[in-house]
Design a binder for this molecule. Structure first.
Ligand SMILES: *Cc1c(COP(=O)(O)O)cnc(C)c1O
Length: 379
């Protein structure tokens, strides 16, 4: 059975970027030609227009584009005043991007456990662990689920610490009719090709209602210039190019439709899992844009093999929490104990969920989920 599983071919891939590119081919070709012929390739009209369009979409006053999502986190933290030696509170189950940005600044991550139901930052654990060395808090909207922002902001506002939203998996998600990226002091986005809104290369952005923060990030993304060739401080080179900006302008009007399709797929999977001893994602309301459809099961290897036997690709997001990474050892000290985070790393499994999945592929996954054992003995 296992041998068959390993040799059978993939019927439902975890992702297939070519489908979206082909569906938009005429529009994309036209915009690429427009940029080629403009003779202007960095920080021009496309970039400016995309920033305005994305700010309007997110319901914020300012959007500053940057080269990628990790840079957005790094420059965002720096704009918030995070300096070497400061602590930044964050979750350890979100792929390590926040930790990378924090370490790049010479700051130290303070890991907060996640809530079991949402898999995002636990407001009560945050309240318990906040201390005066914490200069900022990063809340990641993991897998496309918005974190519990009302509860988290009650904690951070009370402590007068800024909250940064990592929206790299949550473009277009909204809670109480307010979009991800409009709640915290800053929102950080990635436009990596597999994201809900993805470029054909790298890209990122910071959203904010604070004009001073937007100005600071605008300076930091271009060497720290206050004006051309004048540096008030040292920054980075982290710019979104005109080609990627033009591509994102083509794609942004499709985002809500794509997110609706992702939610539809997620709802079909959750229905098929009803009664199985497998935890499906919390909900499929507006606050979930189904960037990833992640189930939890103590019998992950078996479930994975059963799906693989039916040609369904899966992956694990993420296998090693930040505090247990090899890279963390260089900084010494005992890693913290994060029981929920560590249990999730053993149990999470990602199923294919993206807007271009065909109905027959969805049916293949639904049938496979419905065929999983309904009663699983306690592991
Ligand atoms: C993808 C991602 C990032 C990093 O984005 P890049 O553009 O790849 O640098 C940051 N945070 C989260 C949660 C992500 O999923």
């Amino acid at each position: 059975m296992i041998a068959v599983a390993q040799t059978s071919s993939i019927l439902v891939p975890l992702n297939d970027l070519l489908r979206q590119t082909l569906a938009l081919e005429p529009e994309l070709s036209a915009c690429l030609r427009r940029v080629l012929q403009s003779g202007w390739y960095i920080l021009g009209k496309e970039c400016q227009a995309f920033e305005q369009e994305f700010a309007a979409y997110c319901g914020v006053a300012h959007c500053v584009s940057v080269a990628n999502g990790t840079d957005a986190l790094e420059l965002g933290l720096r704009a918030l005043g995070v300096a070497p030696g400061d602590a930044v509170a964050t979750a350890a189950n979100a792929g390590g991007y926040a930790t990378t940005a924090i370490r790049q600044l010479g700051a130290t991550p303070l890991y907060i456990d996640v809530a079991p139901a949402t898999m995002t930052l636990s407001p009560s654990d945050l309240a318990a662990r906040l201390n005066p060395s914490v200069r900022a808090v990063i809340a990641t909207h993991l897998y496309g689920h918005m974190a519990d922002l009302p509860a988290l902001l009650a904690v951070t506002d009370g402590a007068r610490v800024p909250l940064l939203e990592d929206c790299a998996q949550a473009h277009g998600a909204s809670l109480s009719a307010r979009k991800a990226g409009s709640w915290g002091a800053l929102g950080c986005f990635s436009f990596y090709p597999t994201k809900n809104l993805g470029a054909l290369g790298d890209g990122g952005a910071i959203t904010t209602n604070d004009a001073a923060l937007a100005a600071r990030v605008t300076s930091l993304r271009q060497y720290g210039w206050s004006a051309k060739y004048h540096s008030a401080e040292y920054g980075r080179n982290s710019r979104l190019d005109e080609l990627q900006a033009a591509i994102l302008r083509v794609k942004l009007p499709h985002l809500d439709r794509w997110n609706a399709r992702r939610r539809h797929i997620a709802a079909a999977y959750s229905l098929a899992l009803a009664g199985a001893a497998i935890a499906s994602p919390p909900d499929s309301a507006e606050s979930y844009v189904a960037h990833l459809y992640v189930i939890r099961t103590a019998r992950r290897d078996e479930v994975r093999a059963a799906l693989r036997a039916r040609g369904i690709a899966t992956d694990i997001h993420y296998p090693v929490p930040d505090h247990l990474q090899l890279a963390a050892q260089a900084f010494g000290g005992e890693p913290p104990t994060l029981p929920v985070t560590e249990q999730l790393a053993r149990e999470v499994l990602t199923l294919p969920c993206y807007a271009e999945l065909r109905d027959d592929e969805i049916a293949t996954v639904v049938d496979a989920l419905a065929a999983l054992p309904r009663e699983v003995p306690n592991a």
